[in-house]
Design a protein around this ligand. Structure first.
Ligand SMILES: [Zn+2]
Length: 763
């Protein structure tokens, strides 16, 4: 593009006509700086008021508050399309709902009319990870262009696409990060890390919540954007590390979870490749496809089970909004490409040098515009492909059973309610039997849940209820296994402790209408209620682990009382007021040392080393109980010189690797930790889990990983190293005691099966 053309275009943007005679405010007029300037971040108040002004001055933009965030800020969605489309938004949504559920169509003639009249529905979500600061900033710039430009390209988008834009999936975090960053710009702490989780409960894990639906922001997005519109395309804009490609687009690498429709896999791959092609054509270097990110866990990819192409983009980060210099020699091999070498999926390498927020915003905006252009130009393809995917689902895949049944009368009612909530929240139709009935010799009582698999979102039900067999991918035939990018198991029956049965054939029973979304049904065990209940403290480091946040969420939902203790509280003697102290998964080094002095402002530096650790020692010796999980058990081991070790510590990850799978756990009935439980249960084991060797007479074993093959669902390499090994330990020390969990009993609020072990350890 030559300079004169750029100037003409900019001039055209500045004098764009507008509604009510008011001009559409540019980002600079509103924020006082250009979006994507070095060292400048707009905060959430400024952004929401900008979107209000866009909505007031442009007849292309509408802004809605979908509800409050976890902390109470407005959670906002923009609807951006042509004025004509705005005038018939209800009709466009009705068309979309029919394409989403082919059972509602009268035939091919109606389909043809809907394909003519419908628009591609695109949802762009930004800023779920608040320290990946570019995307939410970019949203304001993208919205301005769409509101004000009369270029042919923008008009084509507006005519053919209804864009739903959620400028921040995490407004609380955006505000905290913007405040933190802007208050430290120009000081020695510019770009220093935020010393608490940037989503109130779950921090960075907020994009792993797309089947448990625990956080307010997830629920609002699913119920008021995703399920209200069932978009054909969802674009989730992220950032990654600094030392690789400049931007990633799909195709994802293998494996793709097998319940994803093949035409959706192909759609994702064409769209991502198109975006990469546009950016590369514009001369943007360092664009990679088919690298790093796979498509296996539904926890990140709700959309793949709802007919939508999910386009993840990952742009290289700077130091928040501060620029960095990337040394050329730091650009090396990644998964499925090498950042220093040209290849088909990385055709134009970036050679290193300065990188900052202006680059991030430019790449991300170019990506979003490429996506919208593809959505507009191929409108009919997107609509028809979406319809065909849903049609195959309502006709039921051959690979699926005729129905899944969750029998009434099982022990774990709250677990079943949790599962039914997850399925119905995902728009799966779940019915109940109006009578008892028998299939294959098994009788199910009246009121059993039945999920017929001939329905639009059957793929979500199937992946959540079946056992995962992660494919055996090798670096080369006969070679070492390719290690999974993410976790590999998500079978709800194991995670939540209930039985689901796949059946084929006629059911011969009348079924109810689909049930609604139930509330959580959490029940606190009796010993944790009333005046006799132990007084609970949770340690919270300034390097706050996400597992500590997930723990707070589960406790808050159950109404379990607890207090949060920081380093200074423990050092100041606060433990005297408590019976139980919990350390969630966090390394001993992080607990002891925390942030280095100079890394963060002094009030957030340091850990429990010295006075704090001595206070914890004294607490136990004088009658307190410490419960420690995964890596935090190293801290407790060292504190009391326990003769225990982690059997997997010396193993290489080509011999032993469990990235996230569901294993069999054998409980010792004599321990009060297994009170009220069966002898065997499913437990979550992942990268930070441990299995022990014990050589200390003080230490008792309360649970072991399954002997033989411990795997229930997912993928395990070297399971024999932990088979039969201790998983939960107890020891009496002085007047008090410790409980050590080698695995995570509360993995992302998805492992209700093992919550009783955690509650039982709090005494
Ligand atoms: Zn991210």
């Amino acid at each position: 593009m030559n300079r004169r053309y750029v100037v003409a275009l900019v001039a055209a943007l500045l004098i764009a006509p507008s509604l009510h005679g008011q001009s559409i405010p540019t980002p600079r007029e509103h924020f006082g700086f250009d979006i994507g300037e070095h060292r400048k971040l707009a905060d959430w108040d400024a952004m929401t008021s900008y979107f209000e002004r866009l909505a007031q001055t442009s007849d292309r933009v509408m802004v809605d508050t979908l509800g409050p965030t976890t902390v109470g800020r407005p959670f906002v969605m923009l609807t951006v399309t042509s004025p004509d489309n705005h005038a018939r938004l209800g009709e466009l949504r009705d068309i979309q709902m029919k394409l989403a559920d082919p059972r509602l169509l009268s035939g091919e003639a109606e389909l043809d009319r809907l394909l003519d009249e419908g628009k591609t529905i695109v949802l762009i979500t930004q800023g779920i990870h608040a320290t990946e600061v570019g995307a939410s900033q970019m949203s304001a710039s993208l919205a301005y262009d769409l509101a004000s430009s009369d270029s042919e390209r923008i008009l084509e988008i507006l005519d053919n696409v209804v864009l739903l834009q959620i400028p921040s999936l995490n407004p609380d975090g955006l505000q905290w990060v913007a405040d933190w960053y802007m208050s430290h710009v120009g000081t020695e702490f510019e770009g220093s890390p935020l010393p608490w989780l940037y989503q109130y409960y779950v921090g960075h894990d907020n994009n792993r919540d797309w089947y448990a639906f625990t956080q307010d922001e997830t629920i609002l997005t699913v119920q008021k954007a995703q399920n209200l519109w069932h978009p054909q395309i969802v674009h989730d804009v992220h950032q990654m590390g600094s030392d690789g490609a400049r931007i990633f687009f799909p195709p994802y690498i293998e494996p793709w979870e097998p319940n994803i429709d093949p035409a959706l896999t192909a759609a994702v791959s064409q769209l991502g490749t198109y975006m990469a092609a546009e950016l590369t054509s514009q001369g943007k270097k360092g664009v990679v496809v088919n690298a790093q990110y796979d498509a296996f866990t539904p926890a990140r990819a709700y959309m793949h089970y709802h007919g939508a192409a999910r386009i993840l983009s990952e742009t290289a980060s700077a130091s928040m909004a501060s620029p960095i210099i990337v040394a050329p020699e730091s650009l090396g091999p990644g998964r499925n490409f090498d950042a220093s070498q040209r290849s088909w999926n990385f055709p134009d390498p970036w050679e290193g040098g300065p990188w900052g927020l202006p680059d991030i915003v430019a790449y991300q905006k170019a990506g979003a515009l490429a996506l919208l252009t593809n959505a507009a130009k191929n409108r009919r393809y997107w609509l028809e492909n979406f319809y065909r995917i849903n049609e195959r689902a309502v006709n039921k895949w051959d690979e699926w059973p005729d129905a899944w049944i969750i029998s009434e009368g099982q022990d774990n009612e709250p677990g079943i309610t949790y599962a039914i909530r997850a399925l119905t929240m995902a728009d799966v139709e779940v019915r109940r039997s109006n009578d008892a009935f028998t299939v294959d010799g098994v009788t199910f009582p009246e009121g059993s849940y039945v999920i017929p698999m001939n329905q639009p979102y059957a793929s979500f039900a199937n992946t959540m209820l079946e056992v995962q067999y992660y494919p055996d991918l090798r670096e080369y035939p006969g070679g070492p296994p390719l290690r999974p990018y993410d976790v590999t198991g998500h079978t709800l029956g194991y995670l939540l402790d209930f039985d689901a049965v796949a059946v084929d054939g006629e059911l011969n029973v009348e079924l109810s209408e689909p049930v609604g979304v139930p509330e959580f049904d959490f029940r606190l065990p009796e010993h944790l209620t009333g005046v006799e209940a132990p007084r609970v403290a949770m340690y919270k480091a300034w390097q706050e682990p996400m597992s500590e946040g997930w723990q707070r969420w589960v406790f808050d939902e159950h109404g379990l009382g607890y207090d949060t203790l920081h380093n200074a509280d423990i050092e100041g003697g606060a433990l005297a007021d408590y019976d139980v102290l919990i350390f969630q998964a966090q390394s001993a080094r992080s607990i002891l040392d925390g942030f280095r002095l100079g890394e963060v402002p002094p009030e957030y530096a340091g850990g429990l080393a010295g006075v704090g650790a001595q206070a914890v020692q004294r607490f136990v010796k004088e009658g307190g109980r410490v419960v420690a999980i995964e890596e935090a058990t190293d801290f407790v081991r060292d504190l009391f010189d326990l003769g225990i070790s982690n059997v997997t510590e010396q193993l290489s990850n080509t011999d032993f690797y469990i990235p996230g799978s569901i294993l069999r756990l054998e409980l010792d009935a004599s321990s009060e930790i297994s009170e009220g439980m069966r002898d065997e249960i499913a437990a979550w084991y992942w990268r930070s889990s441990m299995a022990y060797d014990v050589s200390d007479a003080r230490v008792r074993v309360a649970a072991r990983y399954g002997s033989g093959d411990p795997l229930l669902s997912g993928w395990v390499l070297g399971g024999e190293y932990i088979a039969g090994k201790p998983a939960i330990l107890e020891a009496d020390i002085g007047e008090g005691s410790v409980v050590l969990f080698g695995f995570q009993p509360n993995y992302r609020a998805q492992t209700m099966a093992t919550w009783p072990l955690l509650f039982n350890s709090i005494r």
